[in-house]
Structures are given as C-alpha cells and as structure tokens.
Design a protein around this ligand. Structure first.
Ligand code: BDP
Length: 326
C-alpha cells in the first residue's frame, strides 16, 4: 500500500513536473481533479480548455488528469504552489488549513441555501477569498459550487446528532470538518476521498458525508445505505492556477484565462443542477434510505464551531458579508 502510494505519487509528480515546466512555452497546461470524467468540475475545466483553444487558435490548451491520477487534493495543491502543476480543482475543505480565508465557506450552517451560497461566491466575499490565494503562490480562478453535504452511513438513519454517537465518520483533511463532526457527536476519521469506498467496505469507517453527486459517482451508496439530509456544509470548490504559470503567460493571455474561468461558472452550475438531480434519482432508485433530520438540533450542536471561527478577526468581515447576502 505504502509502496504503491509512493510510486503513484512519484509518477504523478513526474507527469506534472514534466508538463508543468512546458506550460509557459508550449501553452499546454495541466490540470488535476479527483473526480471521474463527466463530473461537473472536470467538464467545466475541459470547457475552459476548449474555449481557450478556440480563442487563441490552439496556442493555449488544457489537459485534464481526472480521477485522482495526479494524487490527492492536498498533494495537487502543493504541486500547484510549487509550479509543478498548472491548475488544480479541489474542495475548500482541502484548503481550510493552509488558506485560512477558505474556512468561512466550509463552516456548518453558514449558508442557508444553494442560492445564498451562489450569491456570496459571486459577490464581494467571493472576490476577497479568491484574492487571498495570491498570498501563497496561487491564483484563484473560480469558485464552483458543490451543493450541500449530508451524512451517509452503513448503520442507521440519523435524525438527531445523538444518532451519530459511536459512528466513525470519514472527514476530508480540514480542522473545520474534524471539529464540526466532533461537535455533531460522531468520531471523525480523516481519509483521502479515494480511500473512502474501501474503508466503508472493510468497516474502518461507518460513514462519511458529501453531496448527492459525489455520493453517487464514488459509488459509496452501494455500501452506505442510509443518507440523512443534514446539509451541514456547502463547502464549495476552488479552481486554482499556479502563480508561476500565470506569470509566465503573456498579459493578454492572463486576462483571457481569468475571464474564461469566470465564464465557466455559469456552465458548471448548469451541469451541476442537472447532474445533482440525476444522482439523487439514481441513489434513491437503488433503494438507499433517505430521511430528513431535526434541523434545530443540528444547528444547535454545530453552533460552537460556527461561533468560534466567525468571531476571529480575519473572518468576521467575511461573515458579515455572508449574512448580509442571506
Ligand atoms: C467532493 C469534492 C471533492 C472532495 C470530496 C471529499 O468535490 O473535491 O475531494 O468531496 O470529500 O464533494 O474529499
């Protein structure tokens, strides 16, 4: 396992390094995503690549390495920061620890709905968060949404936080998620996304949490037969470009990359809405048990985590912007 992981990591870094170094001179940029082909984030980045190719007569192109071929999200973020990979698409959860401004959007019950979240990421708060990436060698190209995340598990329907007691729940690599899942009563187990399916099968964990589309495309629903509509986080997705790649582009190409990435948000949302609905149908048609939760009880249990982070000076202003858009 370790040896395999090392080899995968090493060859992924090799591919990225080789292609990343070429990017500025040949215009072929490399992008990474953990999701399979067809997932809205993968398709949105392909869409950007096609647009750029059309607009520049083939000078700028993007090759997308999907399904985690270039490693875990945390690794692809590091590769992007060091300029070995040009573009990566990751969830805010993978950015919470190294990029503190991303924490606000991942917090429990900070958004009231998908519309609220979209208004926020399209507005001033979204701009501040995107700009914040530049402090650490990456350009924030776009924020895509990922719907809302709910708990699913192999054991039982979750109605109140107390139903989570004793369950080992996988969390992404984020302190916010660790604290949130602890506050809600479960035992958090950090694991990379790609290892969740087998961890469910082997009972290393009892459950995880994610949106409908990921629950379906990862096939976690084949093992975890209970999904409970907690919608505890709307943690969005970030599309990031290496600062090195960006700086190596001609000034007019930089503008083109930024504007095309911005345009891709509308395209991504269209795909997202359609595919999220289809994923939900597929999962329910496969006989997975779905239930509503006691929202008040969940809000109360998660409140200390929300309060802890939103009272911090760096996140206070952002929080006010988020609430003003509610
Ligand atoms: C999905 C995100 C993906 C994350 C995954 C996770 O799209 O980027 O890797 O959740 O939970 O919703 O790790």
């Amino acid at each position: 396992m370790n040896r395999r992981r090392f080899l995968v990591g090493a060859s992924a870094a090799g591919v990225a390094l080789a292609t990343g170094a070429r990017a500025a001179t040949e215009g072929l940029m490399t992008a990474a995503d953990v999701h399979p082909s067809g997932y809205p984030t993968v398709e949105a980045v392909r869409w950007i690549g096609k647009r750029l190719e059309e607009l520049t007569g083939g000078r700028l192109r993007i090759r997308v390495y999907y399904a985690g071929q270039l490693g875990r999200e945390g690794d692809t973020v590091d590769l992007t920061r060091f300029g070995a990979l040009d573009i990566t698409r990751v969830n805010f959860a993978s950015l919470n620890n190294p990029f503190p401004l991303t924490r606000l959007f991942a917090l429990p019950y900070v958004f009231d709905s998908v519309d609220h979240m979209r208004r926020v990421v399209d507005g001033e708060a979204g701009k501040i968060v995107l700009k914040g990436f530049e402090q650490r060698d990456v350009m924030g190209l776009a924020i895509y949404d990922a719907g809302s995340r709910s708990f699913y598990n192999v054991r039982r329907a979750i109605r109140e936080p107390k139903d989570l007691h004793g369950l080992k729940v996988r969390v992404p690599p984020s302190d916010i998620f660790l604290e949130m899942v602890t506050a809600l009563g479960a035992e958090p187990t950090p694991l990379p996304f790609g290892e969740v399916y087998s961890a469910l099968q082997t009972h290393l964990i009892d459950g995880a949490e994610n949106n409908w589309r990921s629950f379906q495309s990862s096939r976690h629903y084949e093992v975890a037969r209970f999904i409970s509509h907690s919608e505890h986080s709307y943690s969005p997705e970030a599309l990031l470009m290496s600062r090195r790649t960006f700086d190596a582009l001609a000034p007019q190409d930089r503008e083109l990359v930024l504007s095309t990435a911005r345009e891709s948000v509308a395209h991504m949302r269209e795909l997202w809405d359609k595919m999220e609905a289809e994923a939900r149908e597929t999962v329910l048609a496969a006989g997975v048990n779905f239930n509503e939760i006691d929202r008040g009880a969940f809000h109360r249990a998660a409140a200390p985590v929300l309060e802890k982070y939103t009272s911090r000076s760096d996140l206070k202003q952002l929080y006010e912007l988020v609430r003003a858009a509610a």
